[in-house]
Design a protein around this ligand. Structure first.
Ligand code: ZN
Length: 135
């Protein structure tokens, strides 16, 4: 059993119907290294096996990158500024300010009232632990 170092250190791309395995021609189960030089074919054996039961094939020449196109990401419309402000302000209050962060701000010269006024943390001083109890 040989696990090629190239196999361990590479990113692999699954073959697809559009980009079938260059060794067996099937559209599934096999993978190609991101640089297109190595194929892990699950059907055609060589003397170099992989842990997943496939076989390593060195093509000896670079192949065009066969990454499928990225899926489009659905973009939701951004909420209005007032809604974002209320939401994130509420989140900051719920998260609280840890004792470590409060001490750090105080060591940097801020008073408790400045920490409150500058929105570094809530004006009441719940601990992070007590804030999570409300969730
Ligand atoms: Zn194959």
């Amino acid at each position: 059993m040989v696990a090629a170092s190239a196999f361990r250190n590479s990113s692999w791309v699954r073959v697809t119907r559009r980009h079938p395995c260059p060794i067996c021609g099937h559209p599934d189960w096999c993978s190609v290294s991101a640089n297109g030089r190595i194929v892990c074919c699950m059907r055609v054996p060589t003397n170099r096996t992989t842990k997943n039961g496939g076989w390593i094939h060195h093509l000896g020449y670079p192949q065009p990158l066969t990454l499928p196109p990225p899926r489009p990401i659905e973009q939701l419309p951004k909420a209005a500024g007032e809604i974002l402000h209320v939401t994130y302000s509420g989140l900051l209050v719920e998260l609280g300010l840890s004792d470590w962060h409060r001490r750090n701000l105080q060591q940097r010269g801020l008073t408790d009232s400045q920490i409150c006024e500058l929105n570094y943390g809530p004006c009441r001083y719940p601990t992070v632990t007590s804030s999570f109890e409300n969730l």
